[in-house]
Write a protein that binds this ligand. Structure first.
Ligand code: FAD
Length: 563
């Protein structure tokens, strides 16, 4: 149980696409420690099926991709942030291929191999680069293989970041001011990290910290996200004083595989299946998207998810049906091998009949506020990927724009760092931080308590802060969560740390942020739908920015950060 200090120039929290691509590039400028909560491949990235959006077809244009993104974002995207990802996409895809990523190819009819481009909901063109329906797994394989060839990068698996190292933990005057919540510069110097196997808490001091800890799907009872997606990075950054925004915009994927009695991660039936022409019906075979949106099954995800939610509430059924069987077995086995096999394993032959599907929490549009170079409001703390709020997604993410956002912003963060090595203090001295204080904590051995508390938070969020919200449900959720949070905080203070306890505390914090965002937004926009305010109200065309000093700003992020 000995505690150690593992200094590096860069600390990267997370081994998904955002963390790994940052680490590869940052290693040019110094040593890199990557900490990751479970195995190196345990990430949302690993489960991505559809692919990465990019304009490479001569019949497509950057302007089309920008417009599709803005349309999905429902008035809240930051156009600069959108242009940045769209314009950078082709170059980043080329780089991924140079690093060994094998995307699906096809013949151009003139003896050359070209990238096979898929189509997803909300996209007006075929522009999704993919590796069959296993894009994420292929990305993780290629990136981890590249990482293993770089000597200055060290990967710590089964290590959970607990809290960031900032002035708050220092005995200095700056520390006093930070603890008192007085305004002033807060700098991040790394993090306290729990070694899961031994329970030891180590110091990981670093000049630059990259938060790439992914999303929050596990806050909900039904989710497509793996167990790691508990919003740790967002909660840590918020506690340290960073600005967090757009937390009310949770994307529910319309189609996850419905299996009676399933708990944990719901298997995703990719949007690409609808892109290939799949049809949604109720259990009686009625095609209900026809009257809902001109793009029918290819309408933006929020519209499809709400239509399914309404169908289920109307009929009382547990699922609706998605039919792609007419494409034939050979095509389906080749184009969707993972979906084909997984469904077959569950006794569902997708070439012979429809797939039972339900919506599930899938993606967080908001997160830690980032400027156009991945910088947060804390000095030397950068953020990228699903933990970040860059302004790209606005009120609703366009499919296959998120892996892209991660690679582009990680790239830009390293570019910024390379141009500002002195300003960031790379190679300089760091303050000395105290070892983790575990005084007064005991091994309460109440794993069952942690599990029950987690289930309580997830059920509360699913029932009261889900696809369709109301004022009454939100108020109830806020009241109940407050009680739960008090209990959890008390339990956290008294118990010996475990990874589950760290996650439970973070789940509660992030659930609170989602509820606050949802209560402030008194309109319906993008992914946030409140039946008490069913219409969009342009006086709400702003971001809700939450801060741990209790202040909430209702401002346009682009005015603050992108000017
Ligand atoms: C089923 C599914 C399908 C998807 N399909 C697509 C798609 O086709 N196209 C697309 O663009 N997007 C897709 N997405 C979304 C996309 O996969 C994610 O937004 C993206 O992978 C996020 O990357 P990331 O690097 O930010 O986070 P992740 O890939 O989730 O990585 C987060 C990392 O942080 C680590 N971590 C978390 N907390 C801690 C902690 N406290 N300490 C240490 N480590 C920690 C985790 O272990 C993990 O390694 C999909 C998501 C899911 C779930």
């Amino acid at each position: 149980m000995n505690s150690h200090t593992y200094p590096s120039d860069f600390l990267v929290i997370g081994s998904g696409i955002a963390g790994l691509t940052f680490a590869i590039k940052a290693s040019r400028y110094g040593t890199v420690n990557i900490v990751t909560k479970k195995k190196d491949t345990d990430s949302n990235t690993n489960y991505a099926q559809g692919g990465i959006a990019t304009v490479i077809d001569p019949g497509d244009s950057l302007e089309n991709h920008v417009n599709d993104t803005l349309k999905a974002g429902d008035g809240l995207c930051n156009i600069d942030a959108v242009r940045i990802v769209v314009e950078n996409a082709p170059e980043r895809i080329r780089e991924l291929m140079e690093w060994g990523t094998r995307f699906s190819m096809k013949s151009d009819g003139h003896g050359h191999e070209v990238l096979e481009l898929g189509r997803e909901g909300g996209h007006s063109q075929n522009r999704i680069v993919h590796a069959k329906d296993l894009t994420g797994r292929e990305l993780e394989r290629a990136l981890l293989s590249k990482i293993s060839s770089i000597k200055s990068i060290r990967v710590f698996e089964d290590h959970t970041a607990i809290d960031l190292l900032t002035e708050h933990q220092l005995g200095s005057a700056a520390g006093e001011r930070a603890r008192a919540g007085e305004p002033g510069k807060i700098t991040c110097y790394g993090a306290y990290i729990l070694e899961n196997a031994t329970g030891a808490v180590h110091l990981f001091p670093a000049t630059v910290t990259m938060l790439a800890s992914g999303g929050v799907g596990q806050i909900y009872q039904h989710t497509t996200n793996p167990e790691i997606a508990t919003g740790d990075g967002i909660a840590m950054a918020y506690r340290a004083g960073a600005m967090v925004a757009d937390m009310e915009f949770i994307q529910f994927h319309p189609t996850s595989l419905y299996l009676e009695g399933l708990k944990g991660r719901f298997f995703l039936i990719s949007e690409a299946v609808r892109g290939e022409g799949a049809i949604l019906t109720d259990v009686g075979g009625r095609r209900f998207m026809e009257g809902v949106h001109p793009m029918k099954e290819l309408a933006p995800r929020d519209i499809v998810a709400r239509a399914i939610d309404a169908e289920l509430k109307r009929s009382g059924d547990k699922y609706v049906l998605l039919d792609i069987s007419f494409k034939g077995r050979e095509f389906l086995q080749k184009r969707f091998p993972q979906i084909y096999e997984r469904c077959m394993k569950e006794g569902i032959d997708i070439a012979a009949g429809p797939i039972p599907v339900v919506p599930a929490a899938h993606y967080l549009c908001g997160g830690v506020v980032s400027d156009r170079n991945g910088r947060t409001s804390l000095e030397n703390l950068f953020v990228s990927g699903e933990s970040a709020c860059t302004g790209v997604h606005g009120a609703n993410r366009l499919a296959s724009n998120s892996l892209l956002e991660g690679i582009v912003y990680s790239h830009r963060a390293v570019e910024y760092i390379g141009n500002n090595l002195d300003r960031l203090g790379l190679g300089g001295e760091l303050p000395e931080f105290p070892a983790w204080n575990k005084e007064g904590t005991f091994d309460l051995e109440e794993w069952i308590l942690t599990q029950h508390n987690m289930e309580d938070v997830k059920r509360l969020m699913w029932d009261y802060v889900g696809i369709v919200r109301t004022n009454l449900r939100l108020q109830r959720a806020r009241r109940r969560l407050k009680l739960m949070e008090e209990e959890i905080q008390d339990y956290y203070r008294r118990s010996t740390l475990s990874s589950e306890l760290v996650e439970l505390r973070n789940l509660a914090t992030v659930a609170g942020l989602i509820i606050e965002g949802a209560m402030w937004r008194k309109e319906s926009r993008g992914l946030h739908y409140n039946t008490d305010y069913p219409r969009q109200d342009d006086s709400y065309r702003k971001n809700i920015i939450l801060m741990s000093n209790g202040e909430t700003l209702f401002r346009n992020l682009s005015d603050m950060l992108f000017s």
